[in-house]
Write a protein that binds this ligand. Structure first.
Ligand code: NAD
Length: 371
C-alpha cells in the first residue's frame, strides 16, 4: 500500500459538490484497483460555509488547508449569495485560501483531446493533440503593486494609474516553477514579457536569463514578447511547451489558450506556493476553471472532466504520480473518443449523457485499461 497522502476536499456550491463527488468515486477506484490511498478530509467553503458557519471560510478550514499536502476545490457562488456584504461573499473564501497559502504560481494547461478538436474555433490540425501549460505569476505585478489610484489634476481632468513591479526574487521563484514543470514535460520554457517597452520586462528577461544559466542547463529557454505570444497562440499553438509570464499577460494569454480547447467544462487549473526547504512540499490548490454553474446545478448535467483533470494535475504535481495521471487522461480520451458527451460539449452524432453516466464510462474505461 502506498503511504497516505493528506488531501483536503472543498466541494463548495452549485455543481462543485457534484463534480467533486465524481472525483471521490475515482479515488475509491484507485484505492481498490491501484492500491493508492489518500487521507481525505472534507471541509466547507463559499456559500456552503456561510450557511453553516456565517463565514465563507472558517479559521479551522484555513488551518486544515495549510496542513494538507494538497487541496482539491470545487466551485463557489450562487445568486442567493449575491447580496451579501463583500467580506462574506463566497469568492472571499477562495481568495483567502490563495492569499494565506501564498499561491503565487497559477498553472493553466490547454489540452485538446483528439475527439474534441472540432470544438475549437481553430482548425482541427492546429489544435488536435495540443498540450501546453501557461504559468502565470499570481500575487505580484500590476494588480497589486503601489502606487495605484485615481487622482484629480489641477486642470480639472483626472488620471488613473497602476504600477507594474517585479523584484528579482519574485521572478526567480516563478522561473524555478517553470523549469520544474518543464522537467516533467518537454523541457522547453518560453518566457514572455514586453522587454522592448517596459522596464519590468527588461528585468524579467535579465533575471530569467541568469536563472537559466545558473539552474536551467537541462531546459531550453526562449524569450518572446507578449503581443507576439498572443499571435503565436492562435497561429501555431503546438510550438509551445511551458509559457511563463507575469500576472497581467498571464491573465490574458491563459484565457486565450484555454479557449483553444473550446469548452469551460474541460479546463483544470492549479495554484502552487513556495517549496518548503526542509520537506520539499509546496502548498497547492487544484480547481476547475469553471464556476458553480447555478443554471444546471442539481440537474445531473455538469461535465465532471474539468474537476477530474484538476485531480490528475494534483497527482502529477503534488504527488509525483505521473503514471496514474496519464492513465486517467487516457481513460477520458477513450470515453470522448467513443462519442459520449455531457450537454456542454454535445456535438452532432454524439450521445448525450449525464454527469454520473460520463463518470461510470470513465471508470469502466479505467477498468479495461488496467485489467
Ligand atoms: P460558470 O463557470 O459557473 O458558468 C458559465 C456557463 O458554463 C454556465 O452556462 C454553466 O452552466 C456552464 N458550465 C460551467 N461549468 C460547467 C460544467 N462543468 N459542465 C457543464 N456546464 C458548465 O460561470 P458564471 O455563470 O459566470 O458564474 C456562476 C457562479 O460561479 C457565480 O456565483 C460566480 O461568482 C461563480 N464563479 C466561481 C468560480 C470559482 O469558484 N472559482 C469561478 C467563476 C465563477
Amino acid at each position: 500500500m502506498a503511504s497516505n497522502k493528506k488531501l483536503l476536499v472543498l466541494p463548495g456550491d452549485g455543481i462543485g459538490p457534484e463534480v467533486v463527488n465524481e472525483v471521490l468515486r475515482l479515488i475509491d477506484w484507485m484505492a481498490k484497483k491501484r492500491s493508492v490511498s489518500f487521507d481525505i478530509q472534507e471541509g466547507k467553503v463559499g456559500g456552503a460555509a456561510y450557511d453553516a458557519d456565517g463565514t465563507p471560510l472558517t479559521d479551522e478550514t484555513m488551518a486544515d488547508a495549510v496542513h494538507a499536502d494538497a487541496v482539491l476545490f470545487g466551485a463557489v457562488g450562487g445568486p442567493q449569495y449575491d447580496d451579501l456584504p463583500f467580506e462574506l461573499k463566497p469568492e472571499r473564501g477562495l481568495l483567502r485560501l490563495r492569499k494565506e497559502m501564498d499561491l503565487f504560481a497559477n498553472l493553466r494547461p490547454a489540452m485538446v483531446f483528439d475527439a474534441m478538436a472540432d470544438n475549437s474555433s481553430l482548425k482541427r490540425d492546429l489544435v488536435a493533440g495540443l498540450d501546453i501549460m501557461i504559468l502565470r505569476e499570481l500575487t505580484g505585478g500590476i494588480y497589486f503593486a503601489e502606487p495605484r489610484g485615481i487622482e484629480d489634476l489641477p486642470d480639472g481632468t483626472r488620471k488613473g494609474f497602476d504600477t507594474n513591479l517585479y523584484t528579482t526574487p519574485e521572478i526567480e521563484r516563478i522561473g524555478r516553477v517553470a523549469f520544474d514543470l518543464a522537467r516533467k514535460r518537454e523541457s522547453r520554457v518560453t518566457s514572455v514579457e514586453k522587454a522592448n517597452v517596459m522596464m519590468s520586462g527588461v528585468l524579467w528577461r535579465e533575471t530569467m536569463t541568469k536563472l537559466h544559466a545558473a539552474e536551467g542547463g537541462d531546459i531550453q529557454l526562449n524569450h518572446m514578447y507578449a503581443d507576439n505570444c498572443a499571435m503565436q497562440l492562435v497561429r501555431e499553438p503546438k510550438q509551445f511547451d511551458v509559457i511563463v509570464t507575469d500576472n497581467l499577460f498571464g491573465d490574458i494569454l491563459s484565457d486565450c489558450a484555454a479557449m483553444l480547447t473550446g469548452s469551460l467544462g474541460m479546463l483544470p487549473s492549479a495554484s502552487l506556493g513556495a517549496e518548503d526547504p526542509t520537506t520539499g512540499r509546496r502548498h497547492s490548490l487544484y480547481e476547475p476553471v469553471h464556476g458553480s454553474a447555478p443554471d444546471i446545478a442539481g440537474k445531473g448535467m455538469a461535465n465532471p472532466i474539468a474537476e477530474l483533470l484538476s485531480f490528475s494535475m494534483l497527482l502529477r504535481y503534488s504527488f509525483d504520480m505521473a503514471e496514474d495521471a496519464d492513465l486517467i487522461e487516457a481513460a477520458i480520451q477513450k470515453v470522448l473518443g467513443s462519442g459520449l458527451r455531457t450537454s456542454d460539449i454535445m456535438q452532432d452524432g454524439m450521445a448525450r449523457v449525464s454527469t454520473g453516466v460520463m463518470m461510470d464510462s470513465i471508470l469502466q474505461a479505467l477498468n479495461k485499461m488496467t485489467s
